[in-house]
Design a protein around this ligand. Structure first.
Ligand SMILES: [Ca+2]
Ligand SMILES: [Ca+2]
Length: 108
């Protein structure tokens, strides 16, 4: 993915490129290069989303995320399915942020 130009990219464009790079960093470890196996997903969740998802080491938690994400039921998480996870987490973070701001407003 290093052929993607970074020099003039906006913050959001950089964020999108980082999402792509992050996915491929893990998806290339075993089996299909373009999808995440259960082991690859687990490693990505633990390493990249540990702060948000907490104990993804927990096998059941990984299975649950896997089952939720694998919408075409092929036992692998492809990039489209991964983006849905990141999108859902981003929405959850934004809700938290808005709620936090509202509470701060009321304190004034
Ligand atoms: Ca793979
Ligand atoms: Ca799938």
């Amino acid at each position: 993915m290093s052929h993607l130009k970074k020099e003039n990219a906006s913050t959001l464009e950089n964020a999108m490129q980082l999402m792509i790079q992050t996915f491929h960093k893990y998806s290339g470890n075993e089996g299909d290069k373009y999808t995440l196996s259960r082991a690859e997903l687990k490693e990505l969740l633990t390493t990249e989303l540990g702060n948000y998802l907490g104990n993804a080491q927990d096998k059941e938690a990984v299975d649950k995320v896997m089952n939720d994400l694998d919408s075409n039921n092929d036992g692998e998480v492809d990039f489209t399915e991964f983006v849905i996870l990141v999108g859902a987490l981003t929405v959850a973070c934004n809700d938290f942020f808005l709620e936090f701001n509202e509470k701060e407003e009321k304190k004034k």
